[in-house]
Write a protein that binds this ligand. Structure first.
Ligand SMILES: [Ca+2]
Ligand SMILES: [Ca+2]
Length: 257
């Protein structure tokens, strides 16, 4: 009888230990999963809200999330096809517009001042990543620079300039900037970024996207401008996760002892 009771007790404590381990493991897994799944914060596709089969009409209203798209440095813009010249990554068919910027600084002037600006808060998100598609025309700048802002006013360069290394009249899809090392852009209502034309490296002038062309009245066309991030974990989730992790370590140690 005593032996049976003792065996039952050992079995019960083993089952309890396993159940604890399972709960801890699930908590840790849930925490890791929350941190690794990137969410779409804001996206501009520039397509008319109601498709009208005309790529010359479109919108600057974000297709997902909320934000503003604006012109900087004297540029002007129209809407134009997102399908022409090989096309952007926008899956839209028939009414796929893109934002087509022109009116650039003269040769040798206005380095990193002219282009497109996008502002969208990142409240509740961290590990911010920006991606976009960009078409260079033959005569526009071969190089563009990404800049970000944490206050919506002052912008700083991030990363090397992007080069239209295969020439103009071509889309460069999936340009990507990973800002996960920049804590200041996390959970920030004032986050904004720019993509601006810049001089060729170590020079004081623009190179045309196509070598045989002359820099001048070209266009830079944008599509699928996207901001993504991971949800900032709730303090309660973090505590629960840490408690779970500590309990798991303790259980493992106890089992080894
Ligand atoms: Ca349209
Ligand atoms: Ca589009």
């Amino acid at each position: 009888m005593k032996l049976q009771r003792s065996m039952n007790s050992v079995l019960a404590s083993k089952l309890l230990a396993n159940a604890r381990q399972l709960v801890c493991g699930c908590t840790v897994l849930a925490m890791c999963s929350a941190w690794s799944s990137a969410a779409l914060i804001t996206q501009w596709n520039f397509n008319s809200v109601v498709p009208d089969a005309a790529t010359g009409t479109g919108t600057l209203i974000a297709a997902t999330g909320a934000g503003t798209a604006s012109l900087v440095g004297g540029t002007t813009a129209t809407f134009a096809s997102g399908d022409a010249s090989g096309g952007s990554s926008d899956p839209a068919v028939g009414d796929d517009s893109a934002w087509n910027l022109s009116t650039w600084p003269a040769q040798g002037a206005g380095d990193k001042t002219a282009g497109a600006q996008f502002a969208s808060g990142t409240a509740g998100f961290q590990d911010i990543k920006v991606t976009w598609d960009q078409r260079h025309s033959n005569t526009t700048s071969r190089y563009v620079q990404f800049q970000y802002s944490t206050d919506g006013t002052n912008f700083v360069d991030f990363g090397s300039a992007f080069e239209a290394d295969q020439g103009g009249d071509r889309w460069y899809n999936g340009r990507m900037i990973d800002l996960s090392t920049v804590n200041g852009v996390n959970n920030n209502a004032n986050f904004a970024f720019r993509v601006v034309n810049t001089f060729a490296p170590s020079s004081s002038g623009y190179l045309p996207a196509t070598a045989t062309s002359t820099y001048g009245t070209g266009t830079q066309r944008f599509d699928m401008v996207t901001i993504e991030g991971n949800a900032v974990p709730e303090p309660a989730t973090v505590s629960l996760g840490i408690i779970g992790l500590l309990a798991l370590v303790r259980t493992q140690r106890a089992r080894r002892a």
